[in-house]
Design a protein around this ligand. Structure first.
Ligand SMILES: [Fe+2]
Ligand SMILES: [Fe+2]
Length: 276
């Protein structure tokens, strides 16, 4: 079982966000903003999946998972709250969140279906999030230093995603979720996640007026496919999910542990007093 701490991040998300807060880079800013737009709805879906999955467990299994599920829900609830504040600044920039209504509409199709489907979708998304989180933690400099507050928000979120990456997966397994469905959901989630992330990034760039700049495409290519490119470095870890004996624990989480240890002045565990 994983010991999950809920942390209150000591950043001021009320203060405005600069238009190109990420190192003055239009592409990276638009991509991170797109991902942030997906979180309030997406993370609520993950919370609901895990809560409903927990209810289906036997009393003995519930005892095993109780603390972990509470930690998971607390972490995701905190993430979605801070990203909602972040997204309010994006509204003020004139950006429009088209990802959320699309995802909301799509998810209506699984309403009332076996909770293992919900958990299969959540486990696949959590794998995506965990490998992206590990990439972020290893390439923290790519967040730039123009807005340390947002860099901290992304790295804290990444560290906690890495921390709780086994929860939905373990619940799926505990409820007897099959390998075949796990793989099917990963294929579908990958398809929709990539399409949605790209569409929203383009949408953000178009509204920002930077879509057709050479520098935007150059940065996009480098961030995705360059020497330290996101796609290049996460493709291998993504593919591991398809193995029959895969478990998220097999993937290295030391970057998360290190970040949390080295940045303990940036947050307080919930329920503890803030140090003066
Ligand atoms: Fe999260
Ligand atoms: Fe998560």
């Amino acid at each position: 079982m994983t010991d999950l701490v809920v942390r209150r991040l000591l950043v001021d998300m009320e203060a405005p966000i600069a238009r190109h807060w990420c190192a003055g880079d239009a592409f990276r800013t638009a991509l991170f903003n797109a991902l942030s737009m997906s979180f309030p709805f997406g993370e609520q879906f993950f919370i609901d999946s895990v809560r409903n999955g927990f209810k289906e467990l036997s009393p003995e299994q519930q005892e095993r998972f109780r603390a972990e599920v509470q930690g998971f829900v607390g972490q995701e609830a905190t993430h979605r709250r801070l990203h909602a504040l972040y997204n309010a600044h994006l509204d003020a920039h004139g950006l429009v969140n088209a990802w959320e209504p699309r995802a909301r509409e799509r998810m209506k199709r699984i309403e009332g279906q076996d909770v293992r489907h919900w958990l299969g979708i959540t486990a696949a998304n959590e794998h995506f999030t965990a490998i992206f989180a590990d990439f972020m933690l290893h390439n923290a400099d790519l967040l730039g230093d123009q807005d340390p507050r947002l860099a901290t928000l992304w790295l804290w979120h990444s560290a906690e995603e890495s921390e709780h990456k086994t929860t939905a997966f373990d619940l799926y397994q505990a409820l007897g979720g099959s390998h075949a469905w796990r793989i099917t959901w990963m294929r579908r989630v990958t398809f929709f996640f990539l399409i949605d992330a790209l569409r929203q990034t383009f949408n953000n760039l178009r509204r920002d007026g930077t879509l057709w700049r050479w520098s935007t495409w150059k940065s996009g290519f480098s961030y995705l496919f360059g020497q330290r490119g996101l796609v290049r470095l996460t493709y291998g870890p993504w593919r591991e999910y398809f193995r029959g004996d895969f478990h998220p624990r097999q993937q290295d989480a030391s970057a998360s542990v290190r970040w949390l240890r080295e940045h303990s002045d940036q947050f307080v565990p919930v329920g503890q007093a803030v140090a003066a």
